[in-house]
Design a protein around this ligand. Structure first.
Ligand code: PAN
Ligand code: ZN
Length: 193
């Protein structure tokens, strides 16, 4: 069977900021995630008093989402909190649960937070130079626990797909919050399987 040849290409990544030139940019603001932070009253207060707030950006290299491709993008999470909870991504399972992913830390500091279908949670600290591995079957989210933008590069199989609905419904069982200036995992009061 013959397959059409794709032209090789490269992209330019700014290693200090995480910005990829000529990428597709997705911006997620607080209003996109208003029910995902545990302190929903704090989210509504920010929206009413400050207006909407940029939480994170994704710079994606455009590629077909199909088997055999390696999709890649960077994520930049801006520093801040909603209530005590640090700014974070929405988080997702891969639709094909058996698809893994690699994250490479570029700037700032944060955590990769993973959750199994059974609700077990793990946290992997990340900084510039960290290679963090998301094994098959784990939902994953990243959290900026620092005072500067947290940026990382991600690469994953082209046929993974993204299941956001499960996490939107259940949330993560544990949250990363600020306790006396330290990032600390606490139980999520809204958690339900
Ligand atoms: C990452 C994420 C990115 C944004 O590239 O898509 O960090 O997070 P959400 O997709 O949860 O909004 C990845 O895990 N791709 O599979
Ligand atoms: Zn993923």
């Amino acid at each position: 069977m013959s397959q059409a040849l794709m032209e090789p290409f490269s992209s330019q990544l700014n290693l200090e900021t995480g910005v990829i030139a000529q990428a597709q940019i997705i911006r997620r603001t607080l209003s996109d995630m208003r029910t995902m932070f545990a302190d929903r009253a704090a989210a509504e207060r920010i929206l009413a008093e400050e207006g909407d707030r940029l939480i994170y950006e994704v710079y994606a290299v455009p590629l077909p989402e199909e088997e055999g491709q390696i999709l890649h993008s960077t994520t930049i999470i801006y520093p801040g909190r909603v209530g005590d909870e640090f700014h974070m991504t929405k988080g997702h399972f891969h639709e094909k649960r058996a698809r893994a992913e690699i994250y490479v830390g570029l700037a700032g500091e944060g955590y990769l937070v993973l959750q199994s279908e059974e609700g077990e949670v793990r946290g992997v600290p990340m900084q510039r130079g960290t290679i963090a591995y998301v094994p098959p079957l784990w939902a994953h989210r990243t959290v900026n626990t620092g005072a500067t933008p947290f940026a990382f590069l991600a690469a994953w199989p082209g046929d993974s797909g993204h299941d956001y609905g499960t996490i939107e419904q259940t949330g993560f069982a544990r949250l990363l919050v600020n306790r006396d200036g330290q990032p600390t995992f606490v139980d999520n009061p809204h958690w339900r399987r």
